[in-house]
Design a protein around this ligand. Structure first.
Ligand code: HEC
Length: 256
């Protein structure tokens, strides 16, 4: 009985999670944007780590990753690690924590910025990519912006100086409904860049892509090695299959 209750509670929590993440903005082409995750692109991961420390770590932690591990994996020498990535007073062996106290964060934003160690694994790299690209001006929100991927998000558009400020252009679209009668919904058509940022749209895409690459790496630091090893394992299996085949022929020749 107790297991049943636990299972039921787990299902409820899981479903609640699903409905919560389904709180997205108007439907449209943006929902198909995909991050080009290149986990083997070392330069991109290095840039992503630098961008993360400069623009995100003030609020977000990556609490399962140590700076020293980051340095080793991304080929960053200790002096550079200390000079550019370590916050004042931190040691290389520290985890990537945020200096922002949780209680203050809750008071300021209404909700504490989540730890981002596993964000690409829980919500997907494409989700993070869309989230960082779809902030748009909305004067009704406390931060002055809203987001297509996470409606009414508490996160301010911290990259607006780079991306600029954009408004969402919406149009009416008829969509089939369960009752058979089509319903009219507001759909996203495009963004209109009102105030340009310091980066061009293509450069901003790349900037966000690097960040996503870094977060994808942070979600499982060993994956780069695992993938490289995987190729050798498959090669070994192929060679071994050929060997085993000839060995079998050799044995069966005697039997026959
Ligand atoms: C000023 C503080 C602040 C900064 C800086 C900041 N964030 Fe956030 N972030 C937040 C808050 C607050 C939330 C919680 C939003 C919510 O739940 O509505 C959040 C949520 C998120 C989420 C999770 C969205 C979800 O679906 O739960 C992601 C991903 C994210 N931030 C990425 C970033 C990245 C990448 C950067 C750096 C470019 C960054 N954030 C910088 C405050 C910040």
């Amino acid at each position: 009985m107790r297991t049943k209750i636990v299972l039921l509670a787990a299902t409820f929590v899981a479903l609640k999670g699903l409905t919560a993440s389904a709180a997205i903005g108007p439907p449209g082409e943006w929902q198909h944007w995909q991050a080009e995750v290149e986990i083997n692109n070392l330069a991109s991961r290095q840039r992503g780590a630098r961008n993360f420390v400069a623009y995100c770590s003030g609020c977000h932690s990556v609490k399962y990753l140590r700076y020293s591990r980051l340095g080793t994996d991304l080929g960053i020498p200790t002096e550079q690690l200390e000079q550019f990535l370590l916050p004042p007073g931190a040691k290389a062996s520290d985890y990537m924590a945020t200096p922002m106290p949780k209680a203050d964060a809750e008071a300021w934003f209404g909700t504490a910025p989540p730890d981002l160690s596993l964000i690409t694994r829980s919500k997907g790299a494409d989700y993070v990519y869309r989230f960082l690209k779809t902030f748009y001006v909305d004067p009704d929100k406390p931060s002055g912006v809203n987001n297509l991927a996470l409606d009414s998000t508490a996160m301010p558009h911290v990259l607006s100086s780079l991306q600029g400020l954009q408004t969402a252009v919406l149009r009416n679209e008829e969509q089939p409904s369960e009752g058979g009668k089509p319903v009219t919904v507001r759909a996203w058509e495009k963004f209109q860049l009102d105030v340009p940022g310091t980066l061009t749209p293509a450069e901003y895409d790349k900037f966000v892509g690097d960040l996503v690459n870094f977060l994808q790496y942070a979600g499982e630091p060993v994956q780069v090695k695992r993938q490289a090893l995987g190729i050798w394992v498959v090669l070994f299996l192929l060679v071994f299959t050929v060997l085993a085949y000839f060995l079998k022929r050799e044995y069966w020749r005697d039997v026959r």
